[in-house]
Write a protein that binds this ligand. Structure first.
Ligand SMILES: [Fe+2]
Length: 341
């Protein structure tokens, strides 16, 4: 071991610096997490939105990095910080009135203007925190994300109406993540769209709302978006499928509600098949069905087969347009006996 005093003091300084850096990182994480929770708490409808959008952004960034798209810019980013800053994109919502944030009706023009102000509010909140700190790097991404995630490629977005490449790359990416999640989520004023429908809407928005090159990337990795949304649900135990049985003579009507995916597919299949224990004709009322997976379709095909074996019938009634579209796209509308809503 060296007894050179200078070496010791250099080491000490180095270690002190590392400890300091580690502490700073810990503090940054804690600040980001607390701020994100504040947003989540304030905006009653977001349930999981923050966590999922961070996941989607990660998927898009991963695809960009693999393909080397925008490599010059992305290579300079601190990816950990970008993804954690993404949690703050809606922080400006803490300044919006509860009565507006949780309004189940369609918003008036004036109320919508107030909602729109969350982008500039968010930017100024982050700016204020920045001014009180020596660390300027830390909230740099959060500020860009908060300020620009509602801008649109054609210049019709808000708050600044930035157009095309005037919108920072981070904002152009976040726009896709944010819109996808809004589409597949239930909002006080709308039902959830299926993954397929959400993908279609984003495809149609290419060159209008979103940058075409980024939509192309999204289309390639959209299955991963779907997976994130489902994984989140599984982790939250939010899957909620209920089937009520109504017996009328020879016919059993199974009224189905909630979301349906592989997690509950076997249970669903069992319920459908059991329907034939009581009757030869089973009708599945899909009025409240808002999502369906391939496992769900397979369960329905089994029920169809069971009906054939029993010399009875299996039909779906009250099927909404979004689910109908899934059946049309997969060709199952030709096999299953379906009545539209
Ligand atoms: Fe927003």
């Amino acid at each position: 071991m060296s007894t050179d005093k200078n070496v010791f003091s250099d080491d000490d300084a180095h270690i002190t610096e590392l400890v300091k850096a580690k502490e700073a990182l810990k503090l940054q994480r804690a600040v980001l997490k607390t701020m994100a929770e504040l947003v989540e708490f304030r905006d009653g409808v977001t349930g999981g939105h923050i966590e999922r959008t961070r996941g989607y952004l990660g998927v898009l960034l991963g695809a960009l990095m693999k393909k080397g798209i925008y490599a010059d810019e992305v290579d300079t980013w601190d990816i950990w910080l970008v993804l954690n800053s993404a949690q703050l994109h809606d922080i400006g919502k803490i300044a919006i009135k509860d009565s507006i944030l949780r309004n189940a009706e369609k918003l008036s023009e004036e109320e919508f203007e107030e909602v729109k102000s969350h982008a500039t509010f968010g930017e100024s909140i982050i700016e204020k925190i920045e001014k009180g700190s020596d660390e300027q790097e830390f909230l740099h991404y959060a500020k860009i994300l908060a300020a620009t995630h509602h801008e649109k490629w054609d210049g019709s977005g808000y708050p600044r109406g930035l157009k095309g490449y005037e919108i920072p790359l981070l904002g152009r990416l976040m726009a896709i993540a944010d819109v996808y999640d809004a589409l597949i989520s239930v909002r006080p004023y709308k039902k959830a769209f299926s993954h397929y429908k959400a993908v279609e809407i984003i495809r149609e928005g290419s060159g209008i709302q979103f940058e075409p090159a980024l939509v192309d990337v999204f289309l390639e990795v959209s299955d991963d978006f779907d997976k994130i949304a489902k994984d989140y649900e599984l982790s939250q135990g939010e899957i909620d499928m209920k089937i009520d049985k109504i017996q009328t003579g020879e016919k059993t009507v199974l009224k189905i509600g909630g979301r349906l995916d592989s997690f509950t597919a076997s249970e669903f299949q069992k319920t459908l098949i059991n329907g034939f224990d009581d009757a030869r004709h089973v009708e599945l009322d899909c009025d409240e069905l808002i999502y369906i997976s391939s496992a769900g379709v397979r369960a329905m095909l089994s029920a169809e087969q069971r009906a054939e074996e029993a010399g009875g019938s299996f039909s779906l009634v009250n099927v909404c347009d979004e689910i109908m579209e899934v059946f049309d796209m997969t060709g199952f509308s030709d096999i299953l006996n379906i009545t539209r809503r």
